[in-house]
Ligand binder design. Structure first.
Ligand SMILES: NC(=O)c1ccc[n+]([C@@H]2O[C@H](COP(=O)([O-])OP(=O)(O)OC[C@H]3O[C@@H](n4cnc5c(N)ncnc54)[C@H](O)[C@@H]3O)[C@@H](O)[C@H]2O)c1
Length: 411
């Protein structure tokens, strides 16, 4: 099988997990990639990643200080995997595309809609693939929900609920996740949710919302239980407190183009907590939009709830792609400790397969832009105090909230 040579750009927490994802792919008969090089503007991160890669993959990638040096040193690279923090995605990705490289970039596609548009236009102009690594969608639970909704298993969806609120005032993974101009915690986490709402229920037409900063100061947690050397080292070096500028709590109504409405409550702060996802149709409802390592179930009035296992057994037309089926033979990921890594394996495999076959990627720049726009619609609506149409946000017509970020980054 042809192996696509690629480089990893950004060797932080998620960059490290991508190496473990590669190991998962390397252990299957589907491996179609070869990690040639890694780079990070922090040399110690790149060195640690190269050492991890050597241990996990049996070959040490060459270490470079940045993408430019990597490109010079590796003329036969076909692609890069960009896992830098979101405020840098547009710069790094456009540079890679201009160097003739295909790209997979971690979610969120970019820090603002304007930044996403730059990337989308550059990929289009260069005729290169730009894939957004949206892992939730690739979980078998999400694939099953999509199939059930499409097949009319719950009739016509008319309402949904996406509530994910966790209390507290600790630093969420990294200090940058509390800075508006670096990509706040809601953008970082909830872009998965706007994606899943769109994946399962189609396009969003309009958003009305309220967004708030409930915890203006964030404190370092007392400990980390991460199994990864990178995260433990990062935690040891972390400042004890951070002044937050990015909103951490949001409540919204999404009006879908189909006419369905979705209630949204997403936050990472304060004192309450609630977690529930529901898709209601006129013939039944599904608990869960599908998520990494999650479970879903289906319920109809007067009937027993059908578990994911039962649904899999009773849905003969449903099939996972060969790699996903190989990695998750039962079709249930809820108890699989490596689910996060296996989904990364699927993302990297998909880009390489698309390069080899001159095909398409599933979550392209258009998807990525719309996911980011939907999340910013929550902030924009709150800022202007009225419902905003997705067209207004996607086109950049409404950008009052993002203007400050665009200005700070020179966009
Ligand atoms: N899909 C998921 O489940 C998931 C989970 C965590 C993070 N992420 C995403 O992964 C990305 C990275 O997050 P993280 O937690 O690893 O952040 P991080 O801060 O731990 O790591 C970012 C790394 O990028 C490096 N970097 C910054 N600018 C660079 C440049 N121009 N060239 C090379 N390296 C550069 C930094 O030095 C750092 O090592 C973000 O977009 C985040 O949202 C996704």
């Amino acid at each position: 099988m042809e192996r696509i040579r690629f480089g990893l750009v950004g060797c932080g927490g998620m960059g490290t997990r991508h190496l473990y994802g590669l190991q998962q792919l390397a252990q299957t008969p589907f491996c179609n990639v070869e990690l040639a090089a890694v780079c990070d503007i922090r040399p110690q991160h790149a060195e640690l990643a190269a050492a991890e890669a050597e241990r996990l993959l049996g070959r040490r990638p060459t270490v470079y200080p940045d993408l430019e040096a990597m490109r010079r040193g590796e003329p036969d690279l076909a692609a890069v995997d960009v896992v830098t923090d979101p405020s840098t995605h547009h710069t790094v990705v456009c540079q890679a595309l201009d160097q003739g490289l295909h790209v997979v970039v971690e979610k969120p596609m970019a820090i603002t809609v304007r930044a996403c548009r730059q990337m989308l236009e550059t990929a289009g102009r260069r005729g290169l693939l730009l894939s957004v690594a949206e892992n939730f969608r690739r979980d078998p639970s999400a694939r099953l929900v999509h199939h059930l909704v499409e097949q009319g298993a719950i009739g016509v969806p008319y309402m949904g609920l996406f509530h994910s609120v966790s209390p507290g005032n600790t630093i969420f993974i990294t200090p940058w996740r509390h800075r508006k101009e670096r990509g706040g915690a809601l953008l970082d986490m909830a872009v998965h949710f706007t994606h899943m709402i769109r994946y399962q229920l189609g396009q969003i037409a309009e958003v009305y919302s309220d967004a708030r900063l409930v915890e203006p100061v964030r404190y370092k947690a007392t400990e980390t239980k991460s199994p990864y050397t990178f995260y433990r080292t990062q935690f040891g070096e972390m400042e004890t407190q951070v002044r937050a500028t990015a909103e951490d709590t949001s409540l919204a109504v999404f009006r879908m183009e189909s006419g369905a409405v979705v209630s949204w409550m997403v936050g990472l702060g304060g004192h309450g907590s609630c977690h529930r996802e529901l898709i209601m149709g006129d013939r039944g409802c599904i608990e869960g939009f599908g998520t990494r390592g999650g479970r879903i179930s289906l319920k109809r009035v007067g009937q027993d709830e059908l578990s994911q296992e039962v649904l899999l057994a009773r849905t003969p037309g449903f099939a996972l792609d060969p790699l996903t089926a190989h990695l998750f033979p039962t079709g249930v990921t809820a108890t699989d400790p490596a689910v996060d890594l296996k989904l990364i394996a699927i993302e990297l495999h998909e880009l390489a397969a698309a390069i080899s076959a001159e095909g398409m990627v599933e979550v392209d720049a258009e998807w990525g832009l719309k996911d980011v726009a939907a999340l910013y619609a929550v902030f924009e609506s709150s800022k202007v105090g009225r419902p905003v149409k997705m067209d207004e946000v996607e086109s950049g017509q409404v950008f009052k909230y993002q203007a400050e970020i665009d200005a700070a980054l020179g966009l």
